[in-house]
Design a protein around this ligand. Structure first.
Ligand code: FMN
Length: 142
């Protein structure tokens, strides 16, 4: 049983590249043994993360992430059973929203800005899917 989970949250304080690296480092260590893959999109004032894997593994990780004090206002946007992964290439891929083409943001959102708190979960998911197709994803530290 594979599932996909998409959530958005707010950093509790301004985070640096080093803070982000620390999260990605933890993901790279913990996710492979659990068979979890995904994508983390970080902007100044938000995180948007997709997690894919077995239901138990994704739920356990999501529970841990919700308790993490580095962010708050965690909002579950999508939780669905899937037949195949969309973000299976990365132990945790990373995308900087500042580098995303504004035209791509306009395709899915009211303005050329990512606001997963105000739009449907499926719109945010579609954006992430398109970023995968456009090869906009990087793996830091690798
Ligand atoms: C936005 C965000 C995304 C995170 N994503 C992951 C993740 O994909 N995998 C992971 O193991 N930890 C992730 N974490 C960290 C977890 O909340 C938690 O600190 C970590 O799993 C604990 O791992 P440790 O016991 O090895 O220190 C994330 C934290 C934040 C704030």
């Amino acid at each position: 049983m594979l599932v996909r989970c998409l959530y958005a949250s707010r950093p509790t304080k301004p985070f640096s590249g080093a803070d982000l690296d620390r999260i990605l480092e933890q993901s790279r260590k913990n996710n492979p043994p659990q068979g979890v893959t995904g994508l983390l999109c970080a902007a100044d004032n938000l995180f948007l993360q997709a997690l894919e894997g077995g239901r138990d593994e994704v739920c356990e990780l999501f529970n841990a992430i919700v308790r993490d004090e580095r962010h708050s206002n965690v909002r579950l946007l999508v939780f669905e059973e899937i037949s195949a992964r969309r973000f299976g290439t990365w132990t945790m891929g990373q995308v900087s929203i500042e580098r995303v083409n504004p035209a791509l943001l306009l395709k899915y959102f009211r303005r050329a800005e990512l606001d997963p708190f105000e739009c449907s979960g499926q719109a945010s998911l579609a954006l992430l899917s398109e970023l995968v197709d456009n090869a906009s994803i990087t793996m830091r530290n690798d």
